[in-house]
Design a protein around this ligand. Structure first.
Ligand SMILES: *Cc1c(COP(=O)(O)O)cnc(C)c1O
Length: 438
């Protein structure tokens, strides 16, 4: 029997052992398994506000928030009330409901590039459907994605760069036939020349360019303004659709998502298609994709692009999403989040500097990233030059002190409206000790 620091039984370890016998790797999504950092995953018993309690009853300050959705913190009373009410009215009908209309109205109002929206159940499903829609709408097959961007696990997106400039990709997963990714071009993020070369070679065959505008699956890397501008220009010039994967950034970096951030920097900027998830469901399985009317009308039952889902627009999930959107639409909400995210990252920077550990950081709204590097990386390859073992020691040092950051150096972090100044101060104090020990 394993023991925890209090000398009692380590229930996290016990649960992990049971789980590993029954569930591959003991988890239902790989990054939860702590493979990158080593050690035992924390099994969550319950959560409230900025905290969760693990199976040993130990409290953690949570900077993952279900990988983004819990922007209000856990168990926000208005959201719990809305979900409880909805559950009483019925879990699922397979027929339309008023809340789906209300949620669509809310999305269209908050995101000007979207005229129509379809609700689905996961970010993977939304991204996969958006690509089918782009291919159907353009009558083309090829798509562009960027190394280090994650768009869920649809076959055509599980791909890494081939050898050489602007070549078609190789599968990153067993079980994906090479033919399935032969239409996917994988380019380096923020690399203007590669982008130009790809459009010069294949421009009129490209259905869409899919991008995380602020990439949150290689820690936190922004698309530069010139790069984003060029993505927009080249897509428009060649009749390809610019697809923003805002599953992570939507309603997270700003009320209008990352596209609102870029619209401030690039006059008139809009993507053609937007993929959303995470915050939109407030912690329930809910995601969406939307675009201008002419594109969305290509979807079944109006058009020839098939897409469907038994649980799509689920009544309990839409109640959760609607209640969440209502709270985050309050004036000043994102300013408050941004202040806390910056206080956290600059506090961590001070702690790292005091210990002579290289450190740099960035944040937008309630999403942040930090690197044990002296300069902010612009692409995946540079992110991966981070000293992995050192990051892992940092991660475990913080975890021991009840601070839960992402268990991998290539993940972004999140603050919620429930994170207090005292929580941030406690985190920075812990980081001072940990950095000094690195
Ligand atoms: C999380 C994420 C996805 C996948 O969403 P799931 O709900 O996990 O399927 C897709 N794109 C981005 C940018 C994400 O962060």
């Amino acid at each position: 029997m394993t023991s925890n620091t209090d000398g009692g039984t380590d229930r996290n370890a016990q649960l992990f052992e049971r789980a590993q016998a029954l569930i591959p790797g003991g988890v239902n999504s790989p990054v939860r398994a702590f493979r990158a950092v080593g050690g035992t995953p924390r099994f969550v018993q319950r959560a409230e506000g900025a905290y969760f309690w693990d199976a040993n009853g130990k409290r953690h300050i949570d900077y993952i928030g279900s990988w983004g959705p819990m922007i209000l913190g856990h168990g926000h009373p208005a959201v719990v009330e809305a979900v409880t009410q909805a559950a009483r009215d019925g879990f699922s009908f397979g027929a339309p409901t008023e809340r789906e209309v209300e949620l669509a109205e809310a999305i269209v109002k908050l995101v000007p590039s979207i005229d129509m929206v379809r609700l689905v159940s996961s970010g993977t499903e939304a991204a996969m459907s958006a690509i089918r829609l782009a291919r159907g709408a353009t009558g083309r097959s090829k798509l562009i994605k960027f190394e280090g961007c994650y768009h869920g696990h649809a076959d055509a997106l599980l791909v890494k760069a081939g050898s050489g400039l602007a070549t078609f990709g190789n599968p990153t997963s067993a079980g994906v036939p090479p033919e399935v990714v032969q239409h996917t071009l994988v380019l380096e993020y923020n690399h203007l020349e590669q982008l130009d070369a790809a459009f010069a070679a294949h421009g009129d065959d490209i259905a869409c360019l899919m991008i995380e505008p602020i990439a949150g699956n290689m820690n936190f890397v922004r698309a530069s303004v010139p790069f984003m501008q060029r993505c927009r220009e080249l897509c428009s010039k060649h009749g390809a659709l610019l697809v923003f994967d805002e599953v992570m950034t939507g309603f997270r970096v700003a009320l209008g998502g990352a596209q609102a951030v870029y619209a401030k920097l690039i006059p008139g900027f809009e993507p053609d298609v937007t993929v959303m998830g995470k915050v939109i469901g407030g912690g329930m399985p809910l995601a969406a994709f939307g675009a201008k009317r002419a594109v969305m009308q290509q979807l079944a039952p109006l058009g020839g692009v098939y897409q469907a889902g038994t649980l799509s627009g689920n009544p309990v999930a839409t109640a959760c999403g609607l209640a969440t959107l209502k709270e985050i639409a309050r004036p000043g909400f994102y300013d408050g989040l941004a202040v806390q995210a910056r206080a956290l990252t600059s506090g961590l920077a001070d702690a790292a500097n005091a210990a002579g550990v290289p450190f740099c950081h960035d944040s937008e709204g309630g999403m942040f990233g930090f690197f044990l590097l002296s300069e902010l990386p612009q692409n995946y390859a540079t992110v991966m030059t981070t000293d992995g073992p050192r990051f892992n020691r940092f991660f475990h040092g913080m975890l021991d002190r009840g601070i839960y950051f992402a268990p991998a150096l290539y993940e972004a972090g999140f603050v919620s409206a429930a994170h207090s100044t005292a929580d941030i101060a406690a985190t920075v104090a812990a980081a001072r000790e940990v950095f000094a020990s690195l």
